[in-house]
Design a protein around this ligand. Structure first.
Ligand code: HEC
Length: 157
């Protein structure tokens, strides 16, 4: 019993000390998304879906929940954001070749149709981010239109 108490005290101290550490926050400029929005032209409905269900992990601007102030939860959230942004970042859209952008939209359609996005671990805590069938259709219709637009653009080999 005594040893258990000691272990608990050590863990508590470690936890308290850990609170002084945390990852850097993903808090860039909202305007970083302008280029993406003007190029892909989402309806207000689709834009809203992106804002509520996707942008926390796929843009430079994350709206953090209160539990992000707890270490190590913040490191876990940061790893999702970094990983999400590495694959698809709407704040970093300009300058990418059309072929790559088109491929991202191909992935987007697949991810959304197969209900792989938004991540389940996200919708557990952000219940409003869960997509209804209508929302999935709206996203997919928009993404297909964007792909048609990209298919008409010249692509240097
Ligand atoms: C909690 C964070 C999170 C949320 C919210 C989220 N994603 Fe993701 N997304 C990720 C991560 C992490 C990856 C990379 C790993 C993987 O493919 O599972 C990813 C991968 C992707 C990819 C794949 C890109 C590629 O090149 O393979 C697309 C497209 C995508 N997400 C679109 C979306 C869309 C659209 C939404 C909203 C409906 C969304 N995501 C919501 C974290 C998130």
């Amino acid at each position: 019993m005594k040893i258990l108490k000691k272990i608990l005290v050590v863990l508590l101290v470690l936890f308290v000390v850990a609170q002084f550490f945390g990852p850097e926050k993903n808090e860039g400029e909202m305007t970083s998304m302008d280029a993406f929005y003007s190029e892909t032209n989402p309806s207000p409905e689709v834009k809203k879906i992106l804002e509520v269900s996707c942008n926390d992990c796929h843009s430079d601007v994350t709206e953090y929940p209160w539990y992000n102030s707890i270490t190590p939860v913040n490191y876990w959230l940061a790893s999702h954001v970094n990983d999400g942004k590495k694959h698809f970042n709407i704040s970093n859209w300009e300058g990418s070749p059309t072929r790559r952008k088109d491929h991202k939209f191909e992935e987007l359609i697949e991810m959304v149709e197969e209900k792989e996005m938004p991540l389940n671990s996200y919708t557990w805590t952000h219940t409003d981010a869960k997509l209804s069938d209508e929302q999935i259709n709206a996203l997919v219709d928009w993404a297909k239109k964007v792909r048609i637009k990209y298919s008409l653009e010249p692509r240097p080999e």
